[in-house]
Design a protein around this ligand. Sequence first.
Ligand SMILES: [Zn+2]
Length: 399
Amino acid sequence: MIDLDLVRTWQKEAWNALDLALSNDHLPHAIVLISPGDVGERELAERLADRLVCEEPGKGLECCGKCSGCHLRSQGTHPDVYYVRPVGRMRAINPESMGEMMASLQTKSLKGRAKVVIIEQAEALTRESANKFLKTLEEPSSRTYFILLTTRGERLLPTIRSRCQIIRLLPLSEKDMRRVCEEELKLGGSDADFVIRLSRGRRSKALQLAPSLSEYKKDAADLLEIYGLRDRALPAIREFSVQKYRAMRQLRDDWELEIAKAKKKLSEDLKDADPSVKKVELQKLEDAMVIENAELLQDMRADCYELLTDIWRDIWIVKKGAGAESVLHAFLLPQLERVADIYTEEEIIRNINEINLVRGPAVFLAMQFDVVLQGLLARHVAPAETRVFLRNAIKATGL
Ligand SMILES: [Zn+2]
């Protein structure tokens, strides 16, 4: 958790807007916090929930910290605060989860104040879940509040967006990112500069990039070398894709072992428990671990797409005559210049557009990653053939 004083500084506008709405007793029943990623959205949502179930609240977002509501919140056991999260390998918020949440809203609030529902990764609502949720939103019961969290506001259904108050959280300033790099990540010098540039105010990106910085740099250099081969690039592209795929497979296999180990341990711990209780607990553990792994894999995929986009953005900027101060990968300037020389501006722009087209979540969840990556990488060097290849691959998944 991020210190609340920091959140208040980073997200001053959002904090003040909520403060004011609470002071005037005008808090909307449904709020979407759209965040660039790990910049205090979770802490803000939790604080708002704290405030709504506090029995002696102060002004704005102030809580008393002493009442039984505050006490239960600090223990994480308040019965009137519900969480809805994506489940399963597809990381979807399915209609069953929404149904459970709605059923729990039918009962009277246990502590007599508000009920709060926090929906995490709200972009993962399936269409069916979203429709269920809309019915609840259309007939809001008094003192029930929904807080939706997402980093992908554009993926929320317009019908949901239009019924919620949207609050956008800001990316961190360069100064704040530098502090994150120095204090949290222990990064300084040119590494810090690079992480700050590449993460563009998204703390989540910086946290994830810092431990794998050398790997990232190697991937970026490899990609530029591959693109520099132009017409002779296809074998190198295959090799690169297969390597990435193997790394993902390895991650998944390691994780399966971890799950088995954790289940065995829990099973031993619960050896005297009722078998039905034991079964439920084991399933819960497995579900949580499956989700965590699916998130890791999805992050890896998203990173690959982002790397591709950022590399081509740099190639385009260099093509336009900009120097090291304007590109993200300044340490690769000679390589960027070489690649920029061998592609026309139209080719570069088309590549950027095409990467964005296939970044959709459904495609990369359902397809073999090496197939997608290979197709994507190859389009830039042999566009006509690979367009057919990728189209067929996408068709084969039934999407
Ligand atoms: Zn309180």
